[in-house]
Design a protein around this ligand. Structure first.
Ligand code: DX5
Ligand code: ZN
Length: 209
């Protein structure tokens, strides 16, 4: 299982050192929040524009914003390897098409209350499905184990219809919930507070991997 630490919990006053402290990451997970789609504001493309000058770790951009299509070009420009939009946001399919037309991998995500059926029209279009295991907006929340049912369903659907997506989970990942996620079939786990609150962050990444 690959690990994508979320920089939401990083100290932005010393971002370069923070990124260097998680050098064992497989991806850097960028939780972009606009204060409309979720009740929190995090950071935008301007703040993130220097990231791919200080690290080669692929950028896994998670757009928790109301109108993602309007911002895809800016998140392509900062060097995102993956850009994920929410099925609950405006025009998700148009956003996905725009991401793919830019040569970037496209992901679709759903909130805990959203049923897996909402993703059916997208599953043959995306490279990644991001299952939220917390209500999006804040790090440090508890893992919602019932969301693992969606992971298992996605594993089944992928096998049945030969879809290409990888499965990512986001929220409340720690030593024990990482085991549950891996057993359910998760390919990439996002971890924010567990990694950033650890004394040895790279060891924490290895432990949950
Ligand atoms: C919620 C955020 C968090 C973050 C991970 O919107 O997306 O899930 O990435 O935070 P932790 O690992 O602290 O739950
Ligand atoms: Zn996220």
């Amino acid at each position: 299982m690959k690990i994508a630490p979320s920089i939401l919990t990083a100290d932005f006053n010393r971002l370069e050192q923070e990124i260097k402290s998680i050098s064992k990451s497989d991806y850097l997970h960028l939780d972009v929040m606009d204060g409309h789609f979720v009740p929190n504001i995090s950071f935008g493309p301007h703040v993130l524009s220097g990231l791919n000058k200080i690290t080669n770790i692929p950028l896994d951009t998670h757009l928790m914003i109301e109108d993602p299509k309007a911002y895809i070009d800016q998140f392509v420009r900062i060097g995102s390897s993956i850009i994920t939009v929410h099925v609950e946001a405006k025009t998700p399919l148009e956003a996905i098409c725009r991401i793919k037309a830019s040569g970037v991998k496209a992901g679709i995500s759903l909130k805990p209350k959203t049923k897996i059926e909402a993703l059916y029209p997208f599953l043959d279009q995306v490279d990644l499905v991001l299952v939220m295991s917390v209500e999006p907006g804040f790090g440090g929340q508890s893992f919602m184990t019932d969301q693992l049912e969606k992971v298992k369903a996605l594993v089944e659907l992928r096998a049945q219809y030969h879809y290409q997506y990888v499965i990512e989970i986001d929220g409340g990942i720690n030593l024990e919930t990482a085991k549950l996620a891996k057993a359910a079939g998760v390919d990439i786990a996002v971890a924010g507070s567990y990694v950033f609150n650890a004394k040895d962050r790279n060891q924490a990444i290895k432990d949950i991997r």
